[in-house]
Write a protein that binds this ligand. Structure first.
Ligand code: UD1
Length: 419
């Protein structure tokens, strides 16, 4: 836990790397696994602390879980509990996605309120109002959410914002509801399509994921399935940003390039050469980085908020000024102060960050403030002159499997040392 990355920057990343499975797919899919009747086998599961937290929740619920390398096997049949206690919810706020799954399986759920996280308040009003509209009786008592829904009913649910977690929770609850649930203004993220594909493999009647309208006809008996998680598009964006910043030449395999089109467009604009294959992205940079047109984070298919920090880290060394507008989360610039210690010139006002490129970054002692902000500090350290020490690795370990080993295999000088 108390360790640090020691990075000696300035080495271009070179080589080939297979990108691991998507954190934001594996979490809802592992929650969805409790809906199946039999042993679920989920492949391409990344070895991340968030996956470990999810496995702990599944075991607490009484599921039989085996996790070996990239495969998690879950048998929900011995499940006895329908509650997630506070100490497990605190490990990972996004466990709220278990609410819809537990309700669908047992008709009741007791979950401690997820509260805020490093990115600021994490409201769940959209989740709760949709579940209430479907017939769930939800009371909030002393920090707990007590939910009862013996007979969920399919409804038309219009989300006022295309929330990823709310769309997932409604889809999960709707698999057990009587009748048809139609979610309009649904989130369109690739992870929603991945969840739909898994639910279909279980035998659920779900369609429309990837568009703004997702339709679920509930009440179908669900079976066991074998399923492989899609590649992590944010991890892909992080390695691409690091290769771009260091003037490297890398090929990432096992990826879905269509999920990254806004990110690769921006990297090309910055002066990188990209070669996009069916499931590969190669990036090389031979000329100086150039500033980019304003980058505004938006729900998918817009520019992803999770890719903003690593791309911003890259922009600190571009010639000229790049403006970033963060439209999804309030606290997504908290690591900028740490970047400044490395010599970055970034001014933040509200949801806007103005990045004036500097000719060089210099190594410094910095501390991760959140998962993607922490990854951005590693990207900056790889492109900085001299030695950096990055602490707060428990935050980075939530989302990057074998981060330092992978970067070292690409030629980076990075080591994990005790603090
Ligand atoms: C998911 C991702 C996260 C990503 C985010 C946006 C997972 C595990 N996490 O988070 O990495 O950054 O999508 O792409 O998949 N909101 C409300 N009320 C609600 C729900 C959300 O106001 O009931 C707001 C949030 O405060 C935030 C915005 O909607 O400002 C986006 O949140 P949402 O799409 O729900 O993100 P998550 O599912 O939490």
């Amino acid at each position: 836990m108390n360790s640090a990355f020691v990075v000696r920057g300035g080495r271009p990343l070179r080589g080939t790397l297979r990108v691991h499975g998507a954190k934001n797919s594996v979490l809802p899919i592992l929650a969805a696994a409790i809906l199946g009747n039999g042993r679920q086998v989920i492949g391409n599961c990344p070895q991340l602390s968030d996956v470990a937290s999810t496995v702990r929740i599944l075991r607490y619920l009484g599921c039989d879980v085996a996790w070996d390398g990239g495969v998690v096997e879950i048998d929900p049949r011995p499940m006895t509990r329908c509650e997630i206690p506070d100490f497990l919810m605190r490990e990972m706020r996004s466990s709220i996605v278990f609410l819809g799954a537990i309700l669908a399986r047992t008709g009741e759920a007791l979950i401690s309120f997820p509260g805020g996280c490093e990115l600021g308040p994490r409201p769940i009003d959209l989740h709760l109002s949709a579940l209430r509209a479907m017939g769930a009786d939800i009371t909030e008592e002393g920090g707990d959410l007590i939910c009862r829904a013996r007979n969920l009913t399919g409804r038309d649910v219009n989300l006022t914002f295309p929330s990823v977690g709310a769309t997932e929770n409604i889809m999960l609850a709707a698999t057990s509801a009587k009748g048809v649930t139609r979610i309009t203004n649904a989130a369109r993220e690739p992870e929603i399509e991945d969840l739909q594909a898994f639910l279909q493999a279980l035998g659920a009647n779900v369609s429309g994921a990837g568009t703004s309208t997702v339709v679920v006809e509930g009440g179908w008996p669900l079976r066991a399935a074998r399923y492989d998680i899609i590649a992590d598009r944010i991890v892909t964006a992080t390695y691409l940003s690091a290769a771009a910043l260091t003037g490297g030449d890398i090929t990432l395999t096992g990826v879905c390039p269509a999920h990254l089109s806004t990110v690769t467009a921006v990297l090309a604009e910055a002066g990188c050469e990209l070669a996009i294959g069916q499931d590969t992205i190669a990036l090389a940079r031979h000329q100086p980085l150039k500033a980019m047109k304003p980058i505004r984070t938006m729900p998918y298919p817009g520019f992803p908020t999770d890719a903003q920090p690593p791309v911003l880290a890259m922009a600190t060394r571009a010639e000229g000024t790049t403006v970033f507008v963060e439209n999804i989360f309030d606290n997504r610039f908290r690591h900028i102060g740490e970047l400044a210690r490395m010599g970055a010139d970034v001014k933040v006002e509200g949801k806007v960050a103005v990045v004036c490129g500097v000719p060089r970054l210099t190594g410094a002692r910095v501390s991760a403030t959140d998962l993607r902000g922490g990854a951005a500090l590693v990207v900056a350290a790889l492109g900085a002159e001299g030695e950096s020490r990055v602490t707060g690795l428990h935050l980075i370990d939530r989302g990057y499997e074998h981060f330092e080993q992978n970067l070292a295999a690409l030629g980076a000088d990075i080591q994990r040392l005790p603090e």
